[in-house]
Design a protein around this ligand. Structure first.
Ligand code: NDP
Length: 315
C-alpha cells in the first residue's frame, strides 16, 4: 500500500441510507468534516421501494429514490464529503482506525460510523425480481397500504412474517401465508395471534413456484411439497418476509454481533464494543427497520462520535 493511497479523515461514515446521511448531516454541522462512502447501493434499501408515505415531513408522500436524493443533497449542502466506494476491509486494532475502500484506498479515521444497513432476502425467482415494486415487496409496513381491501400473499414463517401478516390482515381482505415446513419459526405468542386472525389463511409445506402477472402482480402459483399439488391464488400483492441479512461481514472478528450478524450496541447509545466506532440503522436493528428509526440512530451516532472525539481531545 503506497502512502498516496492513504488518507486521514476525522469522521468516516460507511453507508448511504437514512442512517448514514443523517449521521453525515449532524457530523458536518458539528464540524467533524465527515467523509461518507456510499457503498454498493447508494441510497440503500429505499432506492428499491416506490412510494414512501410514512416518513414524517413529506405531507404528500415521496418516492423512495427521490427521498434519498434529498438526503444526499442535504448532507452535501452541510459540507459532508459524499463519495462513491465500498468499504471492503477494516482494522480496528488501534487508533486511527483503518478502513479500505474498494480494496485499494486506505482511509485512517479517528471515529467511524457504520451505517451499512441490511438487505432483504429474496426467494430468487425471476418473476419476483421482475415484479419488484409492481406488487412484490419485502416490507409490509412500507407497502401494505397500497393493497387496502385486496387479497395479498406473504411468504415466511418467522417473527417478521408473523408480524407483517398481522399488519396486512388489518388492511387487506385476505392474507395467504405460505410456510415451507409444517411448523412456524415465529415465537409462540406471535403464532397464536396469527392463528386467531380469521382473514389469515396458512398454507403449510408450501413453496412459491412463480408470481404471475405482466406489469403487475395478479396471482401466485404455489406447490404443496408433500403432495406435489400446485394451485394458483389471485393476489394483488406478494410480500417476502424470509429474513434480512445485516451487511456486517467485514466487521467479523472486530465488532460484537449477534448470531445473525447484527452489530451489538450499548443500549440507549450507538457505541459498539470498540471505542470510537459507532453503529446506526438496520445493521444494528432487527426489530424496527424503518427509515425514520434509522435516521434517528444516525443522528445519535453523530452526537456520540462528537462527544467521544471531544473526550479524547481529538475535536
Ligand atoms: P427468521 O430467520 O427468524 O425467519 C425466516 C423465516 O423465513 C423462517 O421461518 C424460514 O423458514 C423462512 N424462509 C427462509 N428462506 C425461505 C425460503 N426460501 N422460502 C420460504 N421460507 C423461507 O427471520 P425474521 O426476519 O422473521 O426474524 C429475524 C430475527 O428478528 C429473529 O430473531 C426474530 O425473532 C427477530 N424479530 C423479532 C421481532 C419482535 O420481537 N417483535 C419482530 C421481527 C423479528 P424455516 O423456519 O423453515 O427456516
Amino acid at each position: 500500500m503506497d502512502n498516496k493511497a492513504t488518507e486521514k479523515v476525522h469522521c468516516l461514515i460507511i453507508g448511504s441510507g437514512p442512517a448514514g446521511y443523517t449521521a453525515a448531516i449532524y457530523a458536518a454541522r458539528a464540524n467533524l468534516k465527515p467523509v461518507l462512502y456510499q457503498g454498493i447501493q447508494p441510497g440503500g434499501q429505499l432506492t428499491i421501494t416506490t412510494e414512501v408515505e410514512n416518513y414524517p415531513g413529506y405531507a404528500d408522500g415521496v418516492q423512495g429514490p427521490e427521498m434519498m436524493v434529498d438526503f444526499e443533497k442535504q448532507a452535501t449542502r452541510m459540507g459532508a464529503d459524499v463519495r462513491f466506494g465500498l468499504a471492503t476491509k477494516v482494522d480496528f486494532s488501534e487508533q486511527p482506525y483503518k478502513v479500505w475502500i474498494d480494496d485499494e484506498k486506505l482511509i485512517e479515521a479517528d471515529a467511524v460510523i457504520i451505517a451499512t444497513g441490511a438487505s432483504a432476502k429474496w426467494l430468487g425467482l425471476e418473476s419476483e425480481e421482475r415484479l419488484n415494486g409492481f406488487g412484490v415487496s419485502a416490507c409490509a409496513v412500507c407497502d401494505g397500504f397500497f393493497f387496502r381491501g385486496k387479497e395479498v400473499a406473504i411468504v415466511g414463517a418467522g417473527d417478521t412474517a408473523a408480524e407483517e401478516a398481522l399488519y396486512l390482515s388489518k388492511l387487506c381482505s385476505a392474507v395467504h401465508m405460505f410456510v415451507r415446513r409444517d411448523e412456524m419459526r415465529a415465537s409462540k405468542v406471535m403464532q397464536e395471534r396469527v392463528f386467531k386472525t380469521p382473514n389469515i389463511k396458512i398454507y403449510w409445506n408450501t413453496e412459491t413456484e412463480e408470481i404471475l402477472g405482466e406489469n403487475k402482480t395478479e396471482a401466485v402459483r404455489i406447490k404443496n411439497i408433500k403432495t406435489g399439488e400446485s394451485q394458483t391464488i389471485p393476489v394483488s400483492g406478494f410480500f417476502v418476509a424470509i429474513g434480512h441479512e445485516p451487511n456486517s461481514t467485514i466487521f467479523k472478528g472486530w465488532l460484537e454481533m449477534d448470531e445473525a450478524g447484527y452489530l451489538k450496541t450499548i443500549p440507549g447509545t450507538t457505541k459498539t464494543n470498540v471505542e470510537g466506532v459507532f453503529a446506526a440503522g438496520d445493521v444494528q436493528d432487527k426489530v424496527y427497520r424503518q427509515a425514520v428509526t434509522a435516521a434517528g440512530t444516525g443522528c445519535m451516532a453523530a452526537l456520540d462520535a462528537e462527544r467521544w472525539l471531544g473526550e479524547k481531545g481529538l475535536h
